[in-house]
Write a protein that binds this ligand. Sequence first.
Ligand SMILES: Nc1ncnc2c1ncn2[C@@H]1O[C@H](COP(=O)(O)OP(=O)(O)OP(=O)(O)O)[C@@H](O)[C@H]1O
Ligand SMILES: [Mg+2]
Length: 285
Amino acid sequence: MEPIIRFENVHFTYPEEEQESLRGIDLSITEGSFVAVLGHNGSGKSTLAKHMNAILVPTEGRVLVRGMDSSDEEHLLDIRRTVGMVFQNPDNQIVANVVEDDVAFAPENLGIPSRQIRERVDAALRQVGMFELRMHAPHLLSGGQKQRVAIAGILAMEPKVLVLDEPTAMLDPHGREEVIQTVTRLCREKGMTVVLITHHMEECIGADRLIVMSNGSIVADGSPAQVFSQVELMEREGLDVPETTRVLHELGLPTDVMDPETCAERIAAKLRGSSAASEYPMNGR
Ligand SMILES: Nc1ncnc2c1ncn2[C@@H]1O[C@H](COP(=O)(O)OP(=O)(O)OP(=O)(O)O)[C@@H](O)[C@H]1O
Ligand SMILES: [Mg+2]
């Protein structure tokens, strides 16, 4: 199947800058997948995200969204409709005084007939669990609720891909969980393609794929368990790994699992093995 987004040897340098911010990115994103992106400050995550809906276009190489070249002006609107972006600060994304008007704003701008807008807004609010609060004032909501309204505003445009650039950075732990659960559900139940950029490694655990960026390049790419198991690489990049992975690593056990139960079984099996060995000291001699 043709990937929904494909980067082909993408290089990007900001105007007036000497250093490249993307250094030859090759990346294919499968429709319906949940891709998380980690990397320390300045590694190029936001620059990568902005190439996904043609906010930025490559200096060299190309980005294809459903086969449409992002540097082709003719495809700009279509690309923006296909790939919706959610940013860090929900307050900057709120434009109206009532939740449902806020969600209706983007589809109204797309010139969609009002009956259809009504349906889309209601559907989008239900998808993020904010339908009950549709008549509320957005500025009185919690951070997590505001961010869910922002996501609904994007969903009302019926995109195929949701790119979220650190959507939880300004939220408390509860709000973070609300947002991650919402996007996970959108992917698993609605088939939405999700690209989640984050600084929090625990938000990546449920993803299908985890990409690590460093200095404008992709330095790791695989399932979260595969990527986290590269403990030295993650440490070099200044990134955390799950506690389970760290414990297995320190015990010299394979680090390809993350859930606490399997991790505990592995440790128990090792301990059983070593106690069996000490009960029968002559074994194997
Ligand atoms: N508007 C800009 N003009 C010039 N250089 C920029 C601009 N935005 C980012 N850069 C540079 O591009 C590189 C990558 O930045 P980018 O914002 O993509 O990183 P990031 O991984 O998103 O970082 P953060 O975790 O801080 O959000 C950095 O060296 C940064 O200084
Ligand atoms: Mg960024």
